[in-house]
Design a protein around this ligand. Structure first.
Ligand SMILES: [Zn+2]
Ligand SMILES: [Zn+2]
Length: 580
């Protein structure tokens, strides 16, 4: 057995002969091998477990990279008094002087509450799961707190967040985001930071609740990053593209928490709060990947994320953020994302069995019904020729972008909007007129309740038009149809409630919504009037709406409908529509 291992110093890349099992040749923080002259500093480490540290009371030798990272966050900790769950001035750096008053809304649905608690109480958000740098920062901020205090504050912030964003819901990566936020502020402030992240910075399309393509916006972002790797001068392009496909969620959905070290992460977050945009994350991802290739990081290793961001220094990121058009322009980014939507929209009309089955799973239609609907749909599609972007055109988009990013801003904005609109129109779909045409037919054939008017249909149309292109692609159309024709009362009601632009409805608006979906002959009954009296309140938010749906009166109506529905033969109905 060879007891020597040939390795390189992680700072200066000098070749090293490392005696295996002797920890002194490694940085105690990032666990990379380092030479003596690149590791002259010693710092106090906090995060447990760390198998390379025997005595946590003694300062430990770290590499120069980790030392720079350390100096950056020590400075912040002192300057802004960063401590777990404590008010800090760092909050103002991110959000300014914000009025901090949270209106507590309804309590959380029980199953959401259980989901969150299950994750946090089993330790899924504990600091030692974070990367070598972030866990040091987090653990240092958490000093003096018990594990129980830490976990319950994370739970409270997440619950508060979900209560205010019922349509987003809880997913696992969120607990890491909450953890970082709790190092920067108290619970209330952490809630506000998360709130801002999810309502202003992370593109709303990431959380589109539309079934069958719930992460389509995020995939569009991944696709954009892949395109940028190909367009820009990156080495090992194919390898990187593959890597992004595999590891994408870890970059984007957790906002680089698992990748960057803490100094680079905080610099990136500060920038995205400053310009209120996701762009800094995209830039940080691209820069990290580029650096990783140059530094020969093994992307196929078992834990690539832990070392991927190690060579990224916050000073370099600051420089990149200052250079507005590095890697891509804002305009270019929009174009590529729109292009992704149009490409995807085309796939939904394919009669490939995978696609058909996927559509079956997200709707209340059978495969053969979907296939005949596809044919019908294609007849009325606005078929713009899809523009494939080739290398030469890529160049011209870049030139165009540079050109339009120039002097006369108003004029340029207008021209850019026109071009963006052209790309949006490449979506393979039907416009509002065709949508109304179909809806008229369906209303005559299937919807026996009070018909919807033009304005209500416009609301529905806009709700399903994922990228606001004034076109619905086949998937969007199918789900819409599925809910309108065969959805339960609850599904329909939720759909219309969310379609409204405001999150709170006045009583008369709420009543109007009900009258849309409840058959006229029932609306004149005494029972209906009693029901309205029972639910009456001045305003309805999302949770009030959910409560109303539990009213015995509505449940009874739903049961009645189900019985009626069983009498209708599915396929027959369908063919009747197709054959006029
Ligand atoms: Zn060295
Ligand atoms: Zn190190």
């Amino acid at each position: 057995m060879n007891i020597f291992d040939k390795q390189k110093c992680c700072v200066c890349s000098k070749g090293l002969q490392i005696l295996l099992m002797r920890f002194s040749s490694y940085c105690k923080k990032c666990h990379q091998s380092v030479c003596m002259s690149c590791s002259t500093n010693r710092i106090k480490l906090y995060s447990i477990p760390n198998e390379m540290v025997q005595d946590f009371d003694k300062p430990q030798r770290v590499c120069d990279n980790c030392y720079k990272d350390y100096l950056y966050y020590q400075d912040l900790i002192t300057k802004y008094n960063l401590q777990w769950n404590t008010k800090s001035l760092f909050f103002n750096i991110l959000l300014g002087e914000k009025k901090r008053k949270i209106k507590i809304q309804q309590p959380l649905e029980l199953n959401e509450k259980q989901n969150i608690e299950k994750d946090i109480l089993t330790g899924r958000s504990d600091a030692h799961l974070l990367n070598y740098s972030i866990r040091e920062f987090v653990t240092q901020c958490q000093q003096g707190q018990t594990l129980q205090q830490i976990r319950s504050s994370i739970i409270r912030v997440l619950e508060l967040f979900i209560v205010h964003h019922p349509t987003i819901g809880y997913c696992q990566g969120m607990s890491f985001i909450a953890t970082i936020c709790l190092c920067l502020s108290d619970e209330e402030g952490a809630f506000h930071i998360m709130n801002h992240l999810f309502s202003v910075i992370i593109p709303f399309r990431f959380f589109s609740s539309s079934s069958g393509a719930s992460l389509i916006g995020y995939q569009a972002e991944i696709n954009f990053i892949k395109e940028m790797i190909l367009v820009n001068d990156f080495q090992e392009k194919t390898k990187l593209v593959k890597f992004v496909e595999l590891q994408g969620p870890q970059f984007l959905l957790t906002l680089m928490i698992q990748v960057l070290n803490i100094s680079s992460l905080l610099v990136t977050w500060k920038e995205m709060f400053k310009i209120k945009s996701f762009i800094p994350i995209d830039k940080a991802v691209l820069y990290t990947l580029k650096t990783a290739v140059i530094k020969n990081v093994d992307l196929m290793s078992s834990k690539p994320l832990n070392i991927l961001g190690k060579f990224v220094y916050y000073t370099n990121l600051i420089e990149i953020f200052q250079n507005e058009n590095i890697y891509f322009t804002k305009f270019e980014r929009i174009i590529y994302i729109e292009q992704f939507y149009s490409k995807t929209s085309r796939s939904w009309v394919s009669n490939d069995s995978n696609i058909l089955n996927k559509l079956k799973n997200i709707s209340n239609f059978e495969v053969d019904e979907i296939a005949s609907l596809q044919i019908e749909f294609k007849k009325n599609c606005l078929d713009q020729k899809i523009v494939q972007i080739n290398q030469q055109q890529r160049q011209s988009i870049k030139q165009l972008a540079q050109l339009t990013d120039s002097s006369d801003e108003e004029d340029d904005e207008y021209r850019q909007q026109l071009i963006i609109q052209q790309f949006k129109l490449q979506k393979y779909g039907i416009n509002f007129e065709t949508f109304i045409y179909y809806m008229d037919i369906f209303q005559q054939k299937e919807i026996s309740d009070s018909p919807l008017d033009q304005e209500q249909f416009k609301l529905v149309f806009n709700l399903f038009d994922e990228n606001k292109s004034e076109l619905l692609d086949f998937r969007e159309f199918l789900i819409c149809l599925s809910i309108l024709l065969r959805g339960s009362f609850a599904e329909k009601f939720k759909m219309f409630f969310t379609a409204h632009t405001s999150t709170v409805l006045q009583f008369y608006e709420f009543q109007a919504l009900l009258s849309l979906l409840i058959p006229q002959q029932i609306q004149i009954t005494q029972e209906y009037k009693q029901f309205l009296q029972r639910i009456k309140r001045s305003q309805f938010n999302y949770f009030d709406m959910l409560n109303v749906l539990k009213d015995p009166f509505l449940i009874k109506i739903e049961d009645l409908k189900q019985q009626q529905k069983q009498q209708i033969q599915k396929l027959n109905t369908y063919n009747r529509f197709i054959n006029g």
